[in-house]
Design a binder for this molecule. Structure first.
Ligand SMILES: Nc1ncnc2c1ncn2[C@@H]1O[C@H](COP(=O)(O)OP(=O)(O)OP(=O)(O)O)[C@@H](O)[C@H]1O
Ligand SMILES: [Mg+2]
Length: 357
């Protein structure tokens, strides 16, 4: 299958109410053509509802959806240039693989010859040749998942919508299939919106990650930017372990700032998010070091030490009672601390950003 036509997707003030419940609240953003965007957030935050509105399976209470330059508000799912892969695969159990994959073309009354060609090439793309006459029951989870993808791709959508497509697979297979989905999306050049509640999956797959909480879109950005500069404490905690340490602003300049955290002076690469108010730095566990107590650093005591294979995760408590999580990778002999040991915590001299708290 050759490169497809890709379209941008624009959501304008999209809102969905279910009775008194606001499932999606005033969500606006634009996905560039050919990009893969992950929609991520805790259970119930409105990810599936957002995706279903884009696919036409749910009618927005307010707002508009554009695919390319076209407003698709009034179009039913089968008229939209979208295809959706549902969380539970949703293969038709009484149909063979061939019948499942050809379904979208048959309901569109395509000629038999064209159906055969398209199904053949979709099955080849997903390496499912030879399984045409099997029923879904006879397939492994990974194969069923690929059939679900073939069924979505066979209609040549401009936008592929995926709702937690890997949740039924075990951890190893999940990592492999997500790599396959990414490669396929790049190969076809189509736009994709991928819902997951797994931030690692989102970061590893996406060009842009969009974080939702309680129906609202909280932050959209490149994965590394979101990790380095979360806009609030929810995002900071959602995308990895964070130590959030309140700071005192020493100097605020147009381009950057100097702050003090735990008696340590830190340079911030960008100015604070606002002129007034309170700020904090996000100190990721890998941004700090632990040394024996006689070295320079913040005096603390080891509360717990957990061996995690590639690293040791220490929770230490400072003299002021603040708990910090510090990861030590590849520890030297003098960085092996037992619980109760006095240590010195070395903070970074610079951080990428500040949080308003
Ligand atoms: N058909 C419906 N009728 C009533 N309420 C609904 C309906 N669908 C979703 N909701 C509610 O809307 C909110 C958002 O649901 P949604 O399924 O979009 O969340 P989600 O982010 O996909 O969650 P999960 O990660 O658990 O799949 C929830 O409070 C949910 O209970
Ligand atoms: Mg969902």
């Amino acid at each position: 299958m050759e490169t497809r036509k890709a379209s941008s997707v624009r959501l304008e003030h999209l809102t969905k109410m279910f009775g008194a419940i606001t499932a999606v609240s005033d969500v606006s953003f634009e996905i560039p053509a050919g990009a893969l965007v992950c929609l991520v957030g805790p259970s119930g935050c409105g990810k599936t509802t957002t995706l279903r509105m884009i696919g036409g399976f749910e009618e927005p209470t307010a707002g508009h959806i554009y695919i390319g330059n076209q407003c698709v508000d009034a179009q039913p799912p089968y008229d939209r240039p979208t295809a959706m892969v549902f969380q539970s695969y949703a293969l038709f159990p009484h149909m063979t693989v061939y019948e499942n994959v050809s379904y979208g073309l048959r309901v569109r009354h395509k000629p038999t010859r064209e159906i055969e060609e398209c199904v053949h090439s979709a099955l080849a793309l997903l390496e499912l040749q030879g399984l045409e006459s099997k029923s879904p029951r006879q397939l492994s989870g990974g194969q069923q998942q690929r059939v679900a993808l073939a069924r979505a791709l066979v209609t040549e959508p401009e936008v592929l919508l995926l709702d937690e497509p890997l949740s039924n697979l075990d951890a190893q297979l999940r990592v492999r299939v997500r790599g396959e989905i990414r490669a396929l999306q790049r190969q076809l050049g189509i736009t994709a919106i991928y819902v997951t509640h797994d931030q690692e999956e989102a970061f590893s797959l996406s060009d842009f990650t969009a974080i939702m909480q309680a129906g609202k879109l909280i932050q959209v950005g490149k994965p590394m930017d979101i990790y380095r500069r979360p806009t609030n404490t929810f995002v900071a905690h959602f995308v990895g372990l964070s130590n959030i340490v309140h700071v005192e602003a020493l100097e605020v300049r147009a381009q950057d700032a100097t702050v003090r955290a735990l008696d340590h002076v830190i340079h911030v690469a960008v100015p604070p998010p606002s002129r007034d108010g309170k700020f904090a730095v996000v100190l990721r566990p890998e941004m700090m070091h632990l040394c024996p107590a006689d070295r320079d650093g913040i005096a603390a005591r080891v509360k717990t030490a957990t061996f995690l294979g590639p690293l040791i995760r220490y929770v230490v408590v400072t003299g002021a009672g603040l708990e910090l999580t510090v990861d030590v990778t590849n520890p030297t002999a003098e960085q092996l601390f037992s619980e109760g040991t006095a240590v010195a915590v070395h903070l970074p001299d610079q951080v990428p950003g500040l949080l308003a708290v």
